[in-house]
Design a protein around this ligand. Structure first.
Ligand code: GLY
Length: 334
């Protein structure tokens, strides 16, 4: 089993990674907790035992349930059961479940402890770590939320074996990102250590900039184009697949700008291909629409802002001209 600490002073917590770590739930609950509200989804089939009185609250499957109505239903359920600030929420599921349950925990009674039992690769190396919680509005994704750090995160690698292959591969897109955020030879590590290393990289970034005043934005490497591809909703891409295309695009963009050389671009292509992920734009893509959407990205500070590789590593680069974006599109066309 691997243990990684997310160092945030009094709010520091551990992520445990390994086969069967979900069975450590009772040990990682904050001291004094009397009962546990387990938030999960129907049919997930991941059993947890907090060793305390518990009640299970299920939420719907799919992004359309990631909304304030679900948070209200959860909080009302907690209130009817009599959950207090001395108790805890345990979220069992992927990123959607931890985002929603984490937000409910952040706002119920102005904050109760939450522990995540993350059941997807994507969730383990991203959503469950770092304290971002929230839900969507009809106007956009993740527009309502709170920073609320969990008390512990359990990443049970045994559970990954039950994931649908395409969902697992989607997680690999996020994993590919960490190769360029200091992960280096991540491929050489066994899965458990690889996940732990990704968490360690994210933990270090979050510790330096918990509320995304600056550096935390590097975690969005590959995500500007990915979000645009996802927002248009026109392409059959999982999040990690869109991130994989976004990583190669960001590398080509950095190459056009003279920030990195051909070998570094080839390294991006090699990592993405090794995970069997796509690196080309979908054939029928509307490039002008993508540029328009990227211009509205909520991470855009002034004009078009990208997270790009360069001589000092991956960093936020503002003021990218539209013409350059089109040049880079040419280099990833299918
Ligand atoms: N998923 C990006 C972040 O946690 O900041």
């Amino acid at each position: 089993m691997q243990r990684v600490t997310v160092p945030l002073g009094e709010r520091s917590y551990d992520a445990l990674v390994g086969p069967g770590v979900r069975h450590h739930l009772a040990q990682v609950l904050p001291r004094g907790v009397r009962r546990v509200a387990v938030v999960t989804q129907e049919g997930l089939g991941v059993d947890v035992d907090p060793g305390l009185p518990r009640r299970v609250f299920t939420i719907g499957q799919g992004e359309e349930h990631k909304d304030l109505a679900t948070v209200e239903a959860l909080c009302r359920g907690f209130a009817q059961w009599g959950l207090t600030r001395a108790d805890a929420v345990v979220a069992v599921g992927g990123g959607m479940v931890t985002d929603v349950a984490g937000f409910a925990a952040a706002v119920y009674h102005r904050g109760v402890a939450v522990v995540y039992v993350s059941t997807t690769l994507l969730g383990m190396i991203d959503a469950a770590i770092g304290g971002k919680t929230g839900v969507n509005l009809p106007e956009g994704k993740n527009l309502v939320g709170a920073f609320w750090q969990p008390s512990a995160v359990l990443c049970d690698t045994e559970v990954l074996a039950t994931m649908a292959p395409r969902e697992y591969r989607s997680g690999l897109g996020e994993l590919a990102k960490y190769h360029f955020l200091g992960g280096g030879e991540l491929d050489a590590l066994p899965l458990e250590e690889r996940i732990a290393r990704c968490i360690e990289i994210k933990a270090e970034v979050v510790a330096a900039d918990e509320r995304e005043g600056g550096r935390r934005a590097v975690l969005n490497y590959g995500h500007t184009l990915a979000h645009a591809l996802e927002t248009t909703g026109a392409y059959d891409l999982r999040h990690g697949e869109a991130v994989a295309i976004g990583l190669v695009y960001a590398a080509e963009l950095a190459r056009v700008l003279g920030r990195i050389d051909d070998a570094r671009v080839a390294e991006h292509r090699r990592v993405v291909a090794a995970y069997d992920l796509p690196s080309a734009l979908p054939a029928d893509v509307d490039r002008d629409e993508l540029v328009a959407v990227m211009g509205r990205d909520k991470k855009a500070l002034t004009g078009l802002t990208f997270v790009l590789d360069g001589p000092h590593g991956v960093e936020v680069v503002p003021g990218i001209e539209r013409e350059v974006l089109h040049q880079a599109f040419e280099r990833i066309r299918s």
